[in-house]
Design a protein around this ligand. Structure first.
Ligand code: FMN
Length: 345
């Protein structure tokens, strides 16, 4: 028997388009998220509609008190959902309407036919992208090369922000001043405990294959991983802080050469919905970089530590919403794990 729903005929018992998309979590679940928390909660609530929400226990209330990284991460998963839907022959319309109390970010509608947005990135590209935290090759990318990325992104008018969106190259002198401040904040600031919670340094633990930041993804040797695990134990960290040894930890936190540091910048401060759209834009810029053979590494702590955030604001001449480095990695990066990986159980 056939039933009609949303205009298209479907055999009874066949999965709906929304269910088919949900079932492809091995693809759309490759979206990046801060600390690899994978905070999204995606549910089919109609044949062609899905609700995108989040799981509060997978957010970072201390490190991300404004929920900027949460909304960006939800934008990233909306983008991988759109790319996966295009692979199934559907365009996705995302209606953002963020309700922080109910932990709902918005709704997705699937329409048959070509993608409404220029979704020309492929599922294979989504699966191949990874954050590269090691050294980048010299010479760093030029500002002109970074500008090429902006035109590659291909989601120009969707953002609804007057003044648009730009990728601004941060002068290296500013990065050299700001990064040590931000790296130190990672070990001395309020969010160190949260970072510790999402570190996955024990390869035998089930969570190692599911989420968080593994030693391999962080590019740590076994000895470095053991050292970090020891250093971040609450009592040890207290001693390190008192003796100011956290400065030494911070000094080795970000690999060098850095490559080029860029800020995703808007003219005015974005609201919640605009921040989520910027997450789509951000992921598209990372995919566009991969297509050119470049890797990316977000440096959110530059915006989290108040002193380095002020330097970034001045350098970006606008509102920096995300900061990342981009360049040719000296070493290929390890893949990170996902809850949706077949080997995650
Ligand atoms: C909004 C956002 C902020 C992030 N901030 C950082 C960061 O400050 N430092 C870092 O090393 N990685 C950062 N990441 C990268 C994530 O840790 C990474 O995406 C996640 O671990 C999954 O790994 P993958 O990108 O290799 O798939 C961020 C990612 C997103 C989406």
């Amino acid at each position: 028997m056939r039933e009609t729903s949303g205009g298209a005929a479907r055999t009874m018992g066949e999965p709906t388009p929304a269910q088919r998309l949900l079932a492809r979590s091995v693809d759309w679940g490759r979206a990046p998220s801060a600390h690899n928390t994978q905070p999204w909660d995606v549910r089919a609530d109609g044949d062609r509609t899905l609700t995108l929400g989040w799981r509060p226990e997978r957010t970072l209330p201390v490190g991300d008190p404004t929920a900027r990284d949460l909304l960006l991460s939800l934008g990233c998963v909306a983008e991988t959902l759109a790319i996966t839907a295009a692979d199934l022959g559907y365009a996705v319309r995302v209606r953002w309407s963020v309700d922080r109390r109910r932990a709902v970010a918005g709704h997705l509608e699937l329409e048959p036919g070509p993608a409404a947005a220029k979704t020309d990135f492929t599922v294979a590209e989504v699966r191949a992208r990874r954050t590269a935290r090691g050294a980048y090759e010299d010479p760093a990318l030029s500002a002109a090369q970074v500008r090429q990325l902006t035109s590659d992104v291909g989601l120009p008018d969707d953002v609804g922000l007057p003044g648009g969106v730009d990728l601004v190259t941060v002068p290296s002198a500013v990065v050299d001043r700001a990064l040590p401040i931000a790296d130190r904040w990672s070990f001395d600031g309020p969010a160190t405990g949260e970072l510790r919670e999402w570190l996955r340094l024990d390869r035998r633990a089930t969570a190692y294959r599911q989420d968080g930041l593994t030693d391999l993804a962080l590019g740590l040797s076994r000895a470095e991983a053991l050292g970090l695990r020891w250093a971040l134990r609450p009592r040890v960290l207290g001693v390190l802080r008192r003796t100011r040894a956290t400065r030494l930890l911070a000094a080795t936190a970000t690999a060098r050469p850095l490559g080029t540091v860029v800020a995703l910048t808007t003219r005015d401060a974005p609201d919640d919905e605009q921040t989520a759209v910027l997450g789509r834009w951000l992921l598209r810029s990372w995919l566009a970089a991969s297509r050119r053979g470049w890797s990316t590494h977000p440096l959110s702590h530059l915006l989290d530590a108040p002193e380095s955030a002020a330097l970034m604001h001045d350098a970006a001449a606008g509102v920096p919403v995300a900061v990342f480095r981009v360049g040719v990695p000296a070493q290929p990066a390890a893949a990170s794990h996902r809850l949706s990986d077949p080997s995650a159980d």
